[in-house]
Design a protein around this ligand. Structure first.
Ligand SMILES: [Ca+2]
Ligand SMILES: [Ca+2]
Length: 231
């Protein structure tokens, strides 16, 4: 009877341990190599657009991680929630407060036409020191008019997700490429990360397993002790 109860507890504990807790991971900061040449307009990280010639902000204000989304129609609300570039390729480097094991990166973006604001190609890199980068995932989205939205649509927009990622790092780079020869702009409004902590304190399920292990070891010691006394 006793044995079957502890077997049941072991199964319950193992079941909990198997359901590893992936969570949304929030970076502490990010920077991007946005050029000051924004074409006709600069779609800043903070606020709406400004005419060409205005300096781009040197420090991002955090629109990519503030939880605020735009619509499929980028022009709704003066494009305020969007961060946009005419650069063919932009690197956005995210810094986390510790090393995490990443499983997916999701990017809010939209398209009006393939020759204006176009869905980008995305690449994810990781780094242990913020200097040397290793490619971890690629999501290519060939330009297609099937992805067009009216620039005044209030429908929900696209999220492009790189999943099945498996790397651990404190730095993650997202490279955004707007298909040279097609789009003039890539627009992003949010970047989210899923994963879990590594090398930190054991999770409750791990503690339960350890305590169960101590119990089993203790019981086995007691049995051995009793066997010695009886002999
Ligand atoms: Ca946002
Ligand atoms: Ca903005």
């Amino acid at each position: 009877m006793k044995r079957s109860v502890s077997a049941l507890i072991a199964v319950m504990v193992l079941g909990t341990a198997g359901a590893a807790s992936a969570a949304t991971l929030t970076p502490v900061s990010y920077v991007f190599d946005q050029a000051t040449d924004c074409g006709t307009y600069c779609y800043h990280d903070a606020g709406a657009y400004t005419p060409s010639g205005s300096p781009a902000p040197s420090t991002p204000a955090g629109e990519l991680t503030d939880g605020v989304l735009g619509y499929a129609g980028w022009a709704v609300g003066g494009a305020a929630p969007w961060v946009g570039w005419t650069d063919a390729q932009v690197n956005i480097d995210f810094t986390f407060d510790a090393t995490y094991a990443f499983s997916s990166v999701s990017v809010g973006t939209t398209q009006d036409t393939v020759t204006d604001v176009v869905l980008p190609d995305l690449r994810v890199y990781s780094s242990l020191n913020g200097l040397d980068w290793t490619l971890r995932g690629t999501l290519l989205t060939p330009p297609s008019s099937a992805n067009n939205n009216s620039s005044t649509s209030t429908a929900a927009h696209t999220f492009l997700t790189l999943d099945n990622l498996a790397f651990a790092a404190p730095y993650v780079r997202l490279t955004v490429n707007n298909h040279p020869g097609y789009g003039a702009y890539s627009f992003l409004d949010e970047v989210t990360f899923d994963g879990q902590a590594v090398g930190g304190a054991p999770e409750p399920a791990a503690w339960a397993l350890m305590i169960l292990g101590f119990g089993v070891a203790g019981a086995s010691l007691r049995r051995r002790w009793r066997a010695l006394v009886a002999a």
